[in-house]
Ligand binder design. Sequence first.
Ligand code: UN1
Length: 511
Amino acid sequence: MEALLKRLHIEPVNQGLSTGANWHKSQGKTIDSFSPIDGAKLGSVAGANRDDYERVMQKATEAFEVWKRVPAPQRGEVVRQIGLALREHKEDLGRLVSLEMGKIYQEGLGEVQEMIDICDFAVGQARLLNGYTMQSERPHHRLYDQYHPLGVVGVITSFNFPVAVWAWNSMIAAIAGDVVVWKPSSKTPLCAVAVQKIINKVLKENQVPEGVFNLIIGSSSEFGDAMLADKRIPLVSLTGSTRVGKHASAIVGARLGKTIMELGGNNALIVSQHADLNMAIPAIVFGAVGTAGQRCTSTRRVIIHESIYDKVKVALLDAYRQVGSKIGNPLDENTLVGPLIDTGSVKAFTHAIDAVQKEGGRVLYGGEVLSNGNYSSNNYVVPALVEAENHYSIVQEETFAPIVYLIKYTTIDEAIALNNGVPQGLSSAIFTLNMREAEQFLSGVGSDCGIANVNSGTSGAEIGGAFGGEKETGGGRESGSDAWKAYMRRQTNTINYGEALPLAQGIQFNF
Ligand code: UN1
């Protein structure tokens, strides 16, 4: 562990304030980082306070004036080099993600791969950032739209993807000509420090102005609301719970700022009687227990056709028994389920297990908290398989832990209604070989989620697609497709290259 931290330039005590290549002293409370694996202290970070925030914002605002003037492909070149630096550090950073957040090493590597992928995507996009050309109704007129840099983007990320979500936002923001102020989760500060140190060198070598890539680690109570209320930040991109998102949206909305909200999911996977179960079962297991159920896209509900319900139940029980023997240290390559992030999450897990039983649910497997021997950090739980009904209040909530609810259905219409019958709308999936069902699920009267998949699980989205969801998930889209547009300001341009001044809509205004 020490060698790893050293290679990533993590010290026992780290600064938590950077404006790019440079690090600065900060005056807030110190934040300690403990590994959820065994509770060991990994290091600490000097947190920032309100004054530190102000200093960073000043740098960011100044830097925007320079960065927005750099041609987008040149901004892309910096992002390309960040991608190369991430490739060099993929194993180490993936390992640190495991160590500080608790996901298994394979998933830690996958997370860094997402960062690399979005860099590649952004590099190409930097030569596009293109608007449409439309046809004008007036002679000798050209009508088109174009996209300009927006300003300072506030990026607030969660513990569960402690490095990738920064990349999805920042790499796109950077090519768009924006500057970023990143406030990572206080639960995973060292991952943020490591990322910033990886990019430090690239920024220095390319003489990227200080203030383009900022990092500010600190508690939300110190400067969180100030950041949300700050008119100098035209766009806030926030990943977190629906509760936090509602609070943040209200503050940003009050000043008519823009947001990209990536909030809770309550993702369902429908298993039709026409499903290939050899595909559906592994998709459910990965979706439900992967990252110990701590992905926004984790499978939380499995909606199963009544004719195959028992068969699916037996297959899942069998799979869960196998997984049950693979709970442990996420750095051990046999492990499939690591710890939850902290005992608060363990409490939410046990609370949900109690609540669902009170409402009439039946725990088929798991639900226990492990505490002896290797589990002495008290952060380990046995993933739970629970029979429940969709309307139970606990099923309507997102519990950020490995609990999956099995629900029965009779008709495809009913299955879709169940899929949609929750407040959240992030990810969804159907397993079926029946073309009619698949198309209905994807149609305008099908899944109401931002992500809807056929024969592919709810979690593990690629960066090439726009990522996000509807309803209480917040409506934001980040990452691929044309999500970059949210990071830019759109301008509609009309050019008259004629000698007359015709008005639109044929209006005559003679004087
Ligand atoms: C999240 O949980 O915040 O689709 C993001 C996935 C990942 C991203 C999850 N690519 O599971």
